[in-house]
Write a protein that binds this ligand. Sequence first.
Ligand code: PLP
Ligand code: COI
Length: 341
Amino acid sequence: MEKKNIDWSSIGFAYMPTDYRYVSNFKDGKWDEGTLSTDPNIVLNECAGVLQYSQSVFEGLKAYTTEDGHIVTFRPDLNAERMAASAARLEMPVFPKERFIDAVEQVVKANAAWVPPYGSGATLYLRPYMFGSNAVIGVKPADEYQFRILTTPVGPYFKGGAKPITIRVSDYDRAAPCGTGNIKAGLNYAMSLHAIVDAHKQGFDENMYLDPKTRTKVEETGGANFIFVTKDGKVVTPKSDSILPSITRRSLIYVAKEYLGLEAEEREVYFDEVKDFAECGLCGTAAVISPVGKINDHGKEICFPSGMEKMGPVIQKLYDTLTGIQMGRIEAPKGWIHVIE
Ligand code: PLP
Ligand code: COI
């Protein structure tokens, strides 16, 4: 199969329509059989649940070309499970796990020419999503839904790739106590748009959100979880009921312990302790692990010893091991790599 003629190494994190997307509709209490479509547009009723009351959830995962030429995805079962939890929280029907994985396989196979080659630095990003599609005017869940997966080739989420970024402590909250911060709902991202536009205006790459109840503990950024390294080499990630349970973060904890022999713990992290960490990074499907060099707290700077030029040594090892597993250079734990073809 011939790949598309794209300068893969120069693409950023932006939408580029590919040939096929997967579509399935939920009506009269059941999902239809689903199909691949060449049409990137969606026609909706003006009163659709998603347009009026933001009833939408989504996921993000990537397809990789491995060193030996296979196309694989990373732990798609966990995306299916998380999407089911997100859907349940917003009173939406669950798209069954085996159908989710089948849809991932179909859409990646159909777009194989768009999966960036091994070593190009790019990957094919998959965006499964679901939304209320029929008309609702009273505040209630829709009766009809559409599940889709679009794909788009992507490069690094932050310009500059592995160069450390600067973030600021946000005065806005992205989640509420007992709210929806722990699910992947579009509404959480709408909440963060003003804060990110403002952060960019002020020259910062991202926002660090603190816990919405006490503003004393580290939560996450708009699109990634935090990972810290202590001065004695222990990996620490924040635990909170209002952050997204990142698949990358869960995988990194395992990698730290089982591949690198490091101590790793998930616990509440007070903002006051952050100045004492040696390394800081953002982790997620889009972010992979993006090193943080500096945090600005209302004018006061926390500069990590790892500096602004390169990743710290422990985060570098985590990055190399995780991407090595994803690209087939390092043997993966059982069930992590889903071979498509
Ligand atoms: N936190 C938020 C708010 C996100 O949007 C994402 C992206 O999916 C993550 C964390 C990272 O999660 P994952 O590693 O499963 O991609
Ligand atoms: C992902 O990492 O898949 C996300 O959904 C994060 C988003 C900010 C792009």
